[in-house]
Design a protein around this ligand. Structure first.
Ligand SMILES: Cc1ncc(COP(=O)(O)O)c(C=O)c1O
Length: 397
C-alpha cells in the first residue's frame, strides 16, 4: 500500500525529530551520549512519588482515576497560581490551564492562533519540537538574530517593520539549545516591541528553576498589561518528565480557547499524574528538591566546562550557561557537525548536531551537549574522545 498520496500535506514531508532518532541509537549498551534532552533519573523523587501514589489511589480514588476537567485539577491550578507569584506573575484561576507537558501547551497555543501562512518569529536557533509544531500549522518562520544575551531587539523590530507577524516564541531562560539567557534589559525592550506590533508572545520556561549562578530575572509575563504573553512552565525538568504535567498561563479569553482545543486533543491531562504533582508540591517538597537538583547539575555543568577547556581545540567556542541542561558549541565555519556525528556514532559516542535547531537552515557547524544526564566517567570519556575526533577533522580539513 502506498500511503504517500493519502497523508496530510502538513505531515507528508515531515521527518522525525533528530533528537528522538539519535536517542534510539544511543540506548544500545556501551554508548556514551551527550545527546538527548532528558533530566537525570538521579533527580526523580521516586520514593516520595511512590508513597504519594499509594495514598492518592486509596484516599482520592475518584479525583485520581475518574475523568476530569480539561482545564486541569483545580487544587493544582490554585497551587500554581500561588507559586508563580514568587516570580511576579499574578494569575487568577481562569488563567491557569494544565497541559500534558509544555509540548502540548505549545501545540494548543499554535492551534489557538495560527492559520496557514501566518508568520512566527523564533530565536535562531530554537527548540526543534516547536519548529515541528509550528510547521504542522503551516507557519512561515521569521528567525531573529540572537547572541550571548538572547534575541536582539533591533533585529526583531527590523523584521516587524517589514512584515506583519502573529506570534513570537521565546525561551528566555537557559535556552534550548543554546543555554543562553535573555537579559532583563532586552526583556523590557522586547515587551515594548510585542505591544507595538500586536504580537502574541509565547514565553516557554521549562528550565527557569534550574539556575546555578546569578539572580532570577522576572519573566516577561510579570509585566504584561495587555495580556499578550502566554507563560508556560513544566514539571518535567524539576520533578520528572514521564508524568507529563505542565501549565500555561494567559489571558482568560485565550485560555478558554486553549481549553476547547484541549477538549478535542486529549480531554484532560492524566489525573493521577496531576495528583502526584499536586501532593508533592503542596506538601512543600518542591523547594528542597529543586535545590538538590541544582546542586547536582551545577557540578555537572562545571565539570563539562572544565573538560571542554582541557580537551577541545582552541578553534571551537561554546556557551557557559548559568542554568538549564545544555551547552552549545560552535565549530569553525565550514566544519560539519553532522559529519563529525557520523564518525562519532561509529565509536559509540553521540551528541546532537545543531542544524535542525535553525528554522530556516544554517548552523551546520554547531552542536548541543546535555550535561545533566551522564555520569562523570562517561562525561570524561565522551568529551576527551569528541575533542580528539574534532581535532582530526580540523587537521584533515
Ligand atoms: C524549550 C522546551 N520547551 C518545551 C519542552 C517540552 O517539555 P515537556 O516535557 O513539558 O513537554 C522542552 C523539552 O525538552 C523544551 O526544551
Amino acid at each position: 500500500m502506498n500511503y504517500q498520496d493519502l497523508f496530510s500535506k502538513a505531515l507528508s514531508g515531515m521527518s522525525g525529530n533528530i533528537i528522538r532518532e539519535i536517542t534510539k541509537v544511543t540506548q544500545q549498551p556501551g554508548f556514551t551520549s551527550l545527546a538527548g534532552g532528558s533530566p537525570s533519573p538521579d533527580c526523580f523523587p521516586a520514593r516520595e512519588l511512590q508513597e504519594i501514589a499509594a495514598e492518592v489511589i486509596e484516599k482520592k480514588k475518584i479525583a485520581a482515576l475518574q475523568y476530569g476537567a480539561s482545564e486541569g485539577y483545580l487544587p493544582l491550578r490554585e497551587w500554581i497560581a500561588g507559586w508563580v507569584k514568587e516570580k511576579g506573575i499574578n494569575a487568577t484561576l481562569s488563567q491557569v490551564i494544565i497541559t500534558s507537558g509544555s509540548q502540548q501547551g505549545i501545540d494548543l497555543l499554535a492551534k489557538t492562533f495560527l492559520d496557514p501562512g501566518n508568520r512566527v518569529l523564533v530565536e535562531n536557533p530554537t527548540y526543534i519540537a516547536a519548529i515541528k509544531i509550528f510547521s504542522v500549522y503551516q507557519s512561515v518562520f521569521e528567525p531573529v538574530f540572537s547572541d550571548g544575551d538572547g534575541i536582539i531587539p533591533e533585529s526583531l523590530e527590523e523584521i516587524l517593520n517589514q512584515k506583519a507577524c502573529k506570534l513570537l516564541y521565546l525561551i528566555p531562560n537557559f535556552q534550548n539549545p543554546s543555554g543562553v539567557t535573555l537579559t532583563a534589559q532586552r526583556r523590557k525592550a522586547i515587551s515594548e516591541i510585542v505591544s507595538r506590533h500586536n504580537l502574541i508572545l509565547l514565553e516557554d520556561d521549562p528550565y527557569g528553576e534550574l539556575r546555578y549562578s546569578g539572580e532570577m530575572i522576572p519573566p516577561m509575563k510579570a509585566s504584561d498589561p495587555d495580556g499578550r504573553v502566554v507563560y508556560m512552565g513544566s514539571f518535567s525538568k524539576i520533578i520528572c518528565p514521564g508524568l507529563r504535567v505542565a501549565f500555561s498561563i494567559g489571558a482568560p479569553e485565550i485560555m478558554q480557547k486553549v481549553a476547547i482545543g484541549k477538549q478535542n486533543t486529549d480531554m484532560h491531562t492524566s489525573n493521577l499524574s496531576q495528583l502526584l504533582i499536586y501532593e508533592f508540591c503542596s506538601r512543600g517538597l518542591l523547594p528542597a528538591h529543586i535545590e538538590k537538583c541544582c546542586n547536582i547539575y551545577r557540578k555537572k555543568r562545571d565539570m563539562m566546562l572544565e573538560l571542554l577547556e582541557t580537551h577541545f581545540p582552541a578553534e571551537v567556542s561554546w556557551t557557559k550557561p548559568a542554568g538549564g541542561i545544555f551547552i552549545w558549541a560552535k565549530l569553525p565555519a565550514g566544519v560539519s557537525s553532522m559529519e563529525i556525528l557520523k564518525e562519532a556514532l561509529k565509536e559509540k559516542l553521540a551528541f546532537i548536531p545543531g542544524e535542525d535547531f535553525f528554522a530556516s537552515g544554517g548552523g551546520s557547524n554547531t552542536m548541543r551537549f546535555n550535561f545533566c544526564n551522564i555520569t562523570s566517567a562517561q562525561m570524561e570519556d565522551g568529551i576527551l574522545r569528541l575533542g580528539q575526533l574534532i581535532k582530526r577533522f580540523l587537521t584533515n580539513k
